[in-house]
Design a protein around this ligand. Sequence first.
Ligand SMILES: [Zn+2]
Length: 310
Amino acid sequence: MVVAIAVFALLPIEASDAGWLPDLFRSSPKHAKSPKRAKATRVGKLARHRAPPRHRAMRLAALGPVTLPLSALKPAAAKCDPATFRIVLDVGHTAQSEGAISARNVAEFTFNLRLAKLIEERLKAEGFAETRLLLTEGKARPSLFKRVAAANNLHADLLMSIHHDSVPNKMLEDWEFEGKKSHFSDRFSGYSVFVSRDNPDFKTSLRFAELVAGEMKAQGLHYAEQYSQAIMGRYQHPLLNKDTGVYSNDELIVLRKTAMPAILLEAGSIINRDEEREMNSPERQNLISSSVASAVKEFCEPRWALLGPP
Ligand SMILES: [Zn+2]
């Protein structure tokens, strides 16, 4: 699942923890949060889709007191054409390294793939024809670099990595499911959205994360609050938006090494027995797919940075 491991070097990949953790290693344990660094590298290729508001302001100021047709004030509309805008949906983990195991012994990869396909369908139906599903093969850690390279080669405008949540092993409890000894934790539930402040376009990543989290919340879903709590130990992360559930997890390779704005969605918990059932339901899957599609549409809407909403 989501969290970074500072001590990966001490853990063999086959360790029992492997299910929850290996997709999300830190690339460098020494990496401290540095707003300076994030600011310095904030030049995303998305710029060609989205003129920075400051530039627009300058351009408009240069025009003087003229009356412009409304369409002239919508530069983002022309620059984020759904037909050419490419969002890459990264399916978390691989068939070989499947991520977390649910309370009912289903691999996280199965959940991730199913949801990613639904989101892909929904986005394509909404006109985002260039949406791509990114499926990666192989072992956990090499797959991280493969997926980053693939996303960069696809010249994606946005990347969304799709995962399902679990808990650290120490929180697991035993139960029996269909005659098999299994593990669960009903303690936490909810979605969460992660960004890295080290992404080359953190600002845009954060804006997209806010849109996705906001849409999820608007659908009546709640976010996973435990990541802001001390009980999570090394898995504790700064909560950037306590209203909607956006966290930073700066060192996730898939978020910080990608050349485009990127977010990671933990769609919900599959170790919580009730929520696993929810995540298996078409209703919940549709709710999440719609939320993401609405967020992408909103992202592509004119920014209205100068004028406010129409
Ligand atoms: Zn995961």
